[in-house]
Design a protein around this ligand. Structure first.
Ligand code: XMP
Length: 246
């Protein structure tokens, strides 16, 4: 059984893309699935994977987005659920079991809850089922430095401790803001070469795709600057070219 990391890297190689599309469609509920389908159809040749957030998961749930899941599966695009999972282990397990049974490939989770009775059993179970867990290390919004850069006893910053957890816990990937080159470089140093770094915050939040990749990101996550573009296919293709690795 291929791991999540192997699947997303294989998709990336096949398409020559390091772009994860955040399928964040807003507006009237009745139009969201159709709009998301259209954006996917327009961009599927330029992206490596798809991330789904509450924009779709809350109004429609896993069964209501079945056609979108099937479209991604048919195209060989790995699917990430952006739940920022943050609960006790038994509840987290319920979430991961449902997601993987519905053909999602990975979930984004918060390392703050700790390993025992928190994230440990989720990572173990996800791996047993062939799924992945991506840990939030440094978020991309402007307030991120109110929390993620706090100094802990001993002088380490919170995000460095989270990166260290990602390495120690065997997480498949991390989320690190594209807006902080220092955090990207530092996370890469801590997690090593085998843990993927996904960088959101490109475009709408001001981060630059090329700089994020040069600072250690493996993938960029992009939502609004593709979804809200007049030509989503052109924007996705532009980002694909800008972040292409040999
Ligand atoms: P935009 O429109 O800003 O959307 O390109 C980015 C997408 O990614 C999510 N996002 C994050 N997810 N950690 C995450 O796990 C982050 O630091 C982060 N920043 C943005 C956002 O919710 C949207 O789906």
């Amino acid at each position: 059984m291929q791991t999540f990391r192997e699947r997303v890297l294989a998709s990336s190689r096949k398409r020559g893309s390091r772009v994860v599309l955040a399928l964040d469609v807003s507006g009237p509920f009745g139009q969201r699935v159709a709009r998301a389908t259209k954006v996917l159809e327009l961009t599927k040749g330029s992206i490596a994977a798809v991330k789904v957030n509450f924009h779709l998961l809350l109004p429609f749930g896993l069964t209501g987005i079945r056609s979108l899941i099937d479209l991604c599966k048919g195209e060989g695009l790995p699917l990430v659920a952006d739940m920022k999972l943050n609960d006790i282990g038994s509840t987290n397990l319920e979430v991961i079991e449902s997601l993987l049974a519905s053909d999602f490939d990975a979930v984004i989770a918060n390392p703050l809850v700790g390993y025992r009775d928190g994230m440990g059993e989720v990572i173990e179970r996800a791996h047993e089922l062939g799924g992945g867990v991506i840990l939030l290390v440094y978020m991309s919004h402007r307030g991120a430095n109110e929390g993620y850069t706090l100094r802990l006893d001993g002088g380490m910053r919170l995000y460095q401790a989270f990166a260290e957890r990602a390495r120690r816990w065997g997480a498949d990937g991390t989320i690190v803001s594209a807006r902080s080159r220092a955090a990207l470089r530092e996370t890469r140093k801590i997690v090593g070469a085998d843990c993927l770094i996904f960088a959101p915050g490109v475009g709408a939040q001001g981060g630059e795709a090329e700089a994020a990749m040069a600072s250690g990101a493996d993938f960029i996550i992009v939502g609004r600057s593709i979804i809200d573009s007049v030509e989503p296919s052109e924007e996705a293709e532009r980002l694909r070219s800008a972040t292409r690795k040999p």
